[in-house]
Design a binder for this molecule. Structure first.
Ligand SMILES: CC(C)(COP(=O)(O)OP(=O)(O)OC[C@H]1O[C@@H](n2cnc3c(N)ncnc32)[C@H](O)[C@@H]1OP(=O)(O)O)[C@@H](O)C(=O)NCCC(=O)NCCS
Length: 184
């Protein structure tokens, strides 16, 4: 076999994959060492768990090691109390060339009082790397339900906005974003 030929494993690895196949669910318990002076979960600890859940989701999709390229803004809507449970759900919304956008939803749960409450949601971007540490192509994503389609459609605009903010794209090149504001 010529050295540049792809193996069957490599060919199947680039087949499009379903968004649902990337779902990653993480459950944690807020312990005293995780809290701030008010007895609530520290934001930094939560972002650490969110980063791990998102990385696992991106790795499920790409079957490759990944690095965090960026994190969009996170608004903490409700604090999570000491002794409550943290539920984190991560799913790939769209795959580009070597990068993937991951949507994360976080809830708190009070098991004694039996109620759940939303904490926050966020978008992370991960890049898959090859064995030399260089960005590596990832499979495309196929979407099924309405929520997945909506997230997929919005991903292009969010990508352009974060690349502009990260200094990686000129505003003039952000065609999707411009179409929202500039009429011909
Ligand atoms: C992320 C990283 C791999 C990108 O490498 P690069 O040399 O800029 O590569 P490229 O310009 O070819 O970009 C590769 C992909 O990353 C994306 N990317 C680069 N910077 C980005 C950013 N700030 N936000 C979102 N995506 C970004 C590009 O859009 C591109 O995606 P695409 O292939 O799907 O179009 C590189 O900057 C890196 O290793 N950063 C450190 C990552 C890290 O250590 N994270 C942990 C926190 S310390």
């Amino acid at each position: 076999m010529p050295s540049h030929a792809l193996t069957l494993t490599q060919i199947f690895a680039m087949e499009p994959k379903k968004a649902a196949a990337s779902i990653t669910i993480m459950t944690e318990l807020v312990l005293p060492n995780d809290t701030n002076l008010f007895g609530n979960l520290m934001g930094g600890r939560l972002m650490y768990w969110m980063d791990i859940a998102a990385a696992l989701s991106a790795q499920k999709h790409s079957n490759a090691p990944v690095v965090t390229a960026s994190v969009d803004n996170i608004s903490f809507e409700n604090s999570i109390k000491l002794g409550n449970v943290v539920h984190i759900e991560a799913k790939v919304t769209r795959a580009f060339t070597t990068s993937m956008e991951i949507h994360i939803k976080v809830w708190g749960e009070d098991l004694a009082q039996q109620y759940r409450y939303k904490s926050n949601e966020a978008y992370y971007t991960f890049v898959a790397l090859d064995p030399h540490g260089k960005p590596k192509a990832v499979p495309q994503l196929t979407v099924g339900n309405e929520e997945e389609k909506k997230l997929f459609d919005g991903a292009l605009r969010r990508r352009q906005l974060r690349l502009i903010l990260g200094g990686k794209m000129k505003p003039d090149d952000a065609a999707e974003l411009k179409a929202l504001f500039v009429k011909d």
